[in-house]
Write a protein that binds this ligand. Sequence first.
Ligand code: ADP
Length: 398
Amino acid sequence: MSKTMSMNAGSSSLKWQLYEMPAETVIAKGIVERIGLKDSIFTVKYGDGEKFEKVIDIPNHDLAVQMLLDELINLGILKEFKEITGVGHRIVAGGEYFKESVIVSDAVLEKIEELSELAPLHNPANAAGIRAFKKVLPDITSVAVFDTAFHSTMPEVNYRYGIPKEYYDKYKARKYGAHGTSHQYVANRAAEIIGKPVDELKLITAHIGNGASITAVRYGQSVDTSMGFTPLAGVMMGTRSGDIDPSLFPYLMKKTGITDVNDMLDILNKKSGLLGVSGISSDMRDVIDAKKEGNQDAALAFEIFTDRIRKYIAQYFAVLNGADAVIFTAGIGENSNAVRSSVIDGMSWFGMKIDESKNVVGADGIISTPDSKVKVLVVPTDEELVIARDVERLKRMG
Ligand code: ADP
């Protein structure tokens, strides 16, 4: 038995989960928030519902990792560092270069940093996480798992934009997508639940969390996905606008007096979506509560949110020329029966019918009626587990 760490480094956060492998049991998990800011929050959950929390300034990812490893010893979760034999890192952008998970070499790390152009906020943080871990534990197997890899099977017709060809040739301006690990995991799980090989199924996977994307999966491979060059595109999300007419960019900059295009992008990434439309919160629970209290803006935010999901699902029925099942996952997809009902009830023409007695909070599996032509499922995602499994697989391959 050995322990594998699954890491997800964001620009100011570090989420991690420690597994006993190959048993796949989670021994501890936690998050470091507000890295680089005052009063960083360091949380560990372990053992029998035990929780450790500390508020302390953590200036960078290096120190966050060092502190995490030290605390694993202090809390008695590890006796010595070398019990951890592998670490997997979630990397947001793999570009056209990484089509699957790889063991991190110096060249791989360099390439990840080079790809920062595609994910300026994320890849540098991901690389910092890798370096930080390598510093403390230089000899363990370190694996990079890419959010974009699953979408590398998209055909050109779906990943190319209707812009001059040279922008693709010279600058690789194309759709890359995201949430690949999640879409892949739930597609495979759904096939198991349905009881058919994934390579005989056409599936539409809806990862609806704070970030959200929909993917068309044909015979186990991603053929189209709603996020684009970056995760800003596609459906409306917690704080991201999703698709908008790019002409709004110069127009809004002129009207608001914003002069830096990055400030405008920041508004579309961080102040739009549920938050922007409702004016209340990016959190779906708050939006639903406000809607129940009669808040019109919250009601509209909910409507736009579900409408955009419906439209993407409808598109993918066309891309796949029909589908066997629609799968909901992630924070909202797994937990909000209201969102699931709204999306599916509004497109019953496509042959989908939810069994409301199965569409409960905490649902797991098929939630459609037996006569529903297209099945509807809830499948809890587990990106951390996919990462840990990839570490194990690549470690064995050596
Ligand atoms: P992230 O993209 O940050 O990983 P998650 O997948 O954790 O996001 O999803 C977070 C979203 O899930 C939030 O909008 C939250 O309100 C929503 N959510 C969690 N539980 C519920 C629930 N019971 N009902 C509705 N929404 C929920």
